[in-house]
Write a protein that binds this ligand. Structure first.
Ligand code: THU
Length: 118
């Protein structure tokens, strides 16, 4: 969560002014971070979680243990698109996010039952 908070200081979010940071723990203990990157064509925006996953994969790590999400303004859980993106890499990945004053840990399988796959 600390790494996710640091990543939330490195977003490109001039349109929403809603910075999001993500930090992903790989099997070897390495941490990969991501921040949301917005675009004038709003739909092209990439969420922090998906940037973190891209950084992890391009570093050659495919074993993801957990992903934490941090937003400075109000606590949020990962969006539906990111849940689908995360579950691609394992139903048991732990998602850490804030809910009120609590830090919640759920598996991505719990957050996205009946996910799409073929
Ligand atoms: N955002 C994320 O980075 N992750 C999410 O799970 C939900 C939303 C970003 C996208 C956009 O830059 C901003 O939050 C407001 O929607």
């Amino acid at each position: 969560m600390t790494e996710a908070r640091l990543a939330s200081e490195r977003t490109y979010s001039p349109y929403s002014h809603f910075p999001v940071g993500a930090a992903l723990l790989a099997g070897n203990g390495e941490i990969f971070t991501g921040a949301n990157i917005e675009n004038a064509s709003y739909g092209l925006t990439i969420c922090a979680e998906r940037v973190a996953l891209g950084n992890c994969f391009t570093a050659g790590r495919h074993d993801i243990i957990a992903i934490a999400v941090y937003t400075p303004s109000m606590p949020v859980a990962p969006c539906g698109a990111c849940r689908q993106f995360i579950i691609e890499f394992g139903k048991d990945i732990i998602v850490v996010f804030r809910e009120g004053n609590e830090v919640v840990q759920k598996t991505i399988g719990e957050l996205l039952p009946y996910s799409f796959s073929f």
